[in-house]
Ligand binder design. Structure first.
Ligand code: SF4
Length: 392
C-alpha cells in the first residue's frame, strides 16, 4: 500500500519515514522553523546577486537595519549593519527605532526576540523561514507544560524556570509567566544566582550542557546535583531524584556544539603543543572541563582579539565564525577544535538569494517572511527578558 503526503509518496512498509520531510519540499508546522519560504527566490548562480542586494539596501536607506549573527556566511555578513550574538543583536534591533524593517540574518528564535524587543511600528523579517534552531526545537511548549505539571503532581516545589536565549518565544513566555528568567551564555552564572535566591531548584531549558557547565564550573555544584529530564520519558526520574536535585536540566543540546569531544581536544593538543583551547559553554561538560577557557561567542572573539601576535588557538564553536577569525587574524594560528567540519546548517540557510529576496521585496513595500509574536506571549516573554536586563 502506498500513501501520499504533501507530494511525497511513501510505502506503508516505510511508514516511519512519514515523519520526515525532504528539505525545501514540504513544511512541518510543528518545529520552530515553521513553514517554507514563499516568493520567487533568485537563482544561487545569478552573477548579479551582490549588486541586487546593494541596490535594494541602498533604496531602503535608514528604513532598514540588517543584523548578522556571528555564525552567518561571509557573503551575508558583508551586508550586516551590525554583527553579534543573539542577545546583542536583539538589543541592537531595539536600539534602532528609526528602522521600519529589521532583516535578521540569524535563526527563527532570534527574530522572535527582536520582534518582542522592537516597537510596534517595526517589522522583523527572517530571510528564510526554514532557518530554525535544532536546540530550540527540542523544547516545545506542550512538552514543557507537561513537565511543569509532572513536577507539581510530585510535590517538587520551589522550582524557578530559567530558559536560555536559544528558545522559542513560547518557552520564554512560559518562563516569564511563572516568575522565571532568560539567560545568555555570557550571563548564565549571574542568572542562576538570581534564581537560587528565589527558589530551591532550577528547571533549566533547553540546553542541558549550558545548565550543567554553569552549575558545576560557575556555582561549584557537583554533577550529582544535576539531573536530566527527558521529555520523551517523563517518568524516567524518580520523585526522590527530582526532590534532591538542584538543577533539573532539560534534555536538549545544540547539534553543532555537541559534536566537539574531549578526545578531539587531546588530539589537537598532540598535533599543536602549547595551543590554547577555548570552548563555547554549549559544548559537553567533558569538553569545557578540558579547555583552557570557556566563553560565549562574544567572549571567544574578545579573547582572540586581545591575544598577542603569534598566539595559537583551537576554538570549539561554529565553523563560519572560526574561519572568519582565522582570516581576520593572519598573525595568529587559529584552528577548529574538531576533526570533522560542522557549520550550523540552519544558520547557513540564510544565503545571498534569500537576502536579496528579503531586501528587494521590502524595497517594493512588501515584508515577506515576517516574524511576529502574539501579544500575550510577547508580554510574558518580555517579563523574563526584562528580569535578565535588570540584573546588575
Ligand atoms: S549553532 Fe546550535 S544553538 Fe545556535 S542556531 Fe545553530 S543549532 Fe541553534
Amino acid at each position: 500500500m502506498r500513501a501520499s503526503m504533501k507530494g511525497v509518496t511513501l510505502d506503508a512498509a516505510s511508514s516511519t519515514a512519514t515523519a520526515l520531510f525532504l528539505l525545501g519540499q514540504a513544511s512541518d508546522p510543528a518545529p520552530e522553523a515553521g513553514v517554507t519560504c514563499p516568493g520567487a527566490l533568485p537563482a544561487p548562480n545569478d552573477p548579479g546577486l551582490v549588486a541586487r542586494a546593494q541596490r535594494a539596501k541602498a533604496a531602503l536607506g535608514d528604513r532598514v537595519v540588517v543584523l548578522g549573527h556571528h555564525y552567518q556566511r561571509d557573503d551575508v555578513i558583508a551586508f550586516a549593519d551590525v554583527t553579534g550574538d543573539s542577545f546583542k543583536l536583539a538589543r541592537d534591533a531595539a536600539a534602532n527605532p528609526r528602522a521600519e524593517y529589521v532583516v535578521f540574518c540569524g535563526v527563527h528564535f532570534m527574530a522572535e526576540s527582536a520582534d518582542i524587543l522592537t516597537g510596534d511600528h517595526q517589522q522583523v523579517v527572517l530571510p528564510d523561514l526554514e532557518a530554525g534552531c535544532s536546540m530550540a526545537d527540542l523544547a516545545s511548549l506542550a512538552q514543557v507544560e507537561r513537565c511543569w505539571q509532572h513536577l507539581e503532581d510530585l510535590g517538587v516545589t520551589g522550582v524557578v524556570p530559567v530558559t536560555y536565549m536559544n528558545s522559542t518565544a513560547a518557552i520564554k513566555g512560559f518562563v516569564g509567566a511563572r516568575g522565571g528568567i532568560v539567560c545568555t551564555s555570557s550571563n548564565a552564572e549571574r542568572v542562576l544566582r538570581w534564581a537560587f535566591e528565589r527558589g530551591q531548584r532550577v528547571l533549566f531549558l533547553p540546553d542541558e550542557h549550558l545548565g550543567r557547565n554553569t552549575a558545576v564550573l560557575g556555582l561549584g555544584m557537583s554533577r550529582a546535583d544535576c539531573v536530566v529530564y527527558d521529555p520523551n520519558q517523563p517518568d524516567g526520574l524518580t520523585p526522590a531524584q527530582l526532590l534532591e536535585a538542584k538543577m533539573i536540566l532539560w534534555r536538549g543540546h545544540c547539534s553543532v556544539h555537541q559534536r566537539f569531544s574531549a578526545s578531539g581536544i587531546t588530539e589537537v593538543r598532540r598535533l599543536l603543543p602549547g595551543i590554547r583551547v577555548i570552548a563555547h559553554p554549549e559544548c559537553r561538560y567533558e569538553v569545557v572541563a578540558e579547555a583552557d577557557e570557556v566563553g560565549s561567542t562574544e567572549a571567544i572573539i574578545r579573547a582572540v582579539e586581545a591575544s598577542p601576535s603569534g598566539s595559537a588557538w583551537a576554538i570549539a564553536t561554529e565553523l563560519n565564525l572560526v574561519s572568519r577569525l582565522a582570516h581576520q587574524h593572519p598573525d595568529k594560528q587559529i584552528v577548529f577544535a574538531d576533526r570533522t567540519v560542522c557549520y550550523c546548517s540552519t544558520m547557513n540557510r540564510i544565503d545571498l538569494p534569500h537576502l536579496v529576496l528579503a531586501l528587494e521585496t521590502l524595497a517594493e513595500g512588501r515584508a515577506v517572511n515576517r516574524i511576529t509574536v502574539d501579544r500575550t506571549t510577547a508580554a510574558n516573554a518580555r517579563l523574563a527578558l526584562d528580569r535578565m536586563l535588570m540584573l546588575p
